[in-house]
Design a protein around this ligand. Sequence first.
Ligand SMILES: Cc1ncc(COP(=O)(O)O)c(C=O)c1O
Length: 472
Amino acid sequence: MISPSLDPVDWEDFRALAHQLVDTGIDHTRDIRTRPAWQPMPEDVRVRFRAPLPRTPLPLTEVVAALERDLLPYPMGNIHPRFHAWYMGGSNPTGALADFLAAIVGSNLGGGDHAAADIDRQVVDWCRQMTGMPDGTSGTLVSGGSMANLVALTVARNVKAGVDVRVHGIQAAPPLRFYASAQVHGCHVKAVEVLGLGRTCLRLIPTEPDCRMDIALLQKAIAEDRAAGLRPACVIATAGTVNSGAVDDLPALADLCRAEDLWFHIDGCIGALIALGPRHRGLVEGVNLGDSLALDPHKLLQAPFELGCCLVRDRDLHRATFALNQEYLQGTTRGLAAAEWLYDYGLQTSRGFRALKLWMSMMEQGADRMGQIIDRTIDLAADLRARLSATEGFEVMHGCGLNIVCFRHVGPDEATRKARNIETMLVLQDEGTAVLSDTTIGGQHWLRAAYANHRTTPEDVAALIGSLERLH
Ligand SMILES: Cc1ncc(COP(=O)(O)O)c(C=O)c1O
């Protein structure tokens, strides 16, 4: 029998299968350490993922069995405690339950007067509280850091253009200049491209040897640009660069932006939430001084993907950038449309209930415990740095900070060293013992371990060192 809707014909069959799937998910997470940190997919699995659009129904039991066979054994690996690549959180079971519940509730966070919308507002305000931004700051939950930065830079562009960009377009504005360190994340390049500013609008300022923006060179660049008739508009500071965890001098940059009348945006996707750590929050001093701040709860707060947040100090400027009066979305004095539309604070109209995964885990754990877990990621990186510095045959990059460590096997020259270090990274991946990534800073290649996973322990750091020594 086929149901007239997408609901199951037999709810009890569905219940049994759903419970079984929850059990599978729980076992998968509980037993994470027994599996490789990553493993390649066999060809027969890949082939099945290339099958054409299914036209006829398949019993859900078979759909689930196919995923148990083909999906669960081949994840990216970032929930594994020995995954140290790029910069990702480890997700968490409560957040997974929340994603399920959010889909069950099914509410659209474009706005309206309903509980999910209030939870969304509350989570934005918790992000504000966790990072120390002032009361009255507005914000929006987005898919991740790239979108959070895009939202912020859109506000910055519109505020500083000197013309109504929403009406007249960027072609009516004087040539704007945005500034960031040469270590800025690539999402800012994409942001200025899609904002119609073009890459040349983003002036990359060289860094000091510790990978922080050279503020004297920034000042010089601003003066040069003004003299050339360009309009300096925005400084993008980074609290935790992706390559090495460097934190720009946020208080000094805040002062400079005030003096120069520039928008001050802080990309805190890596570092902003370190403000929650009781022992290490001093590392990101000044993270609350921006006109806008991007942060990424799907990193250090371990929310399942996707969850980013953009905070804007001046609510009116934020709203003025995105608010739209549409005939079919008029407010009313009571009823479902009586609340402010949340879509007035970003690019999306329909939006998922992504707030719930953070709401549930923050309620369950409390902010203090989350802060301790964040502090622990910094301790793990310090531990790796100290141990590798003391291990013959390895060197650690000077100036890597927060919970990121750049290191390498030493070698006679850059090309030999690079080939050897990449091989080590790939052997560890092939074995499934650990996942590292790599990067190049100032022309020098480094292996890179980022500690952003709540499951990683000092024993995992020791195991990584053991593996590196074995491969040396
Ligand atoms: C400093 C920084 N900014 C922005 C981003 C982009 O964040 P997302 O991957 O959540 O879009 C990242 C990602 O790692 C990052 O490290």
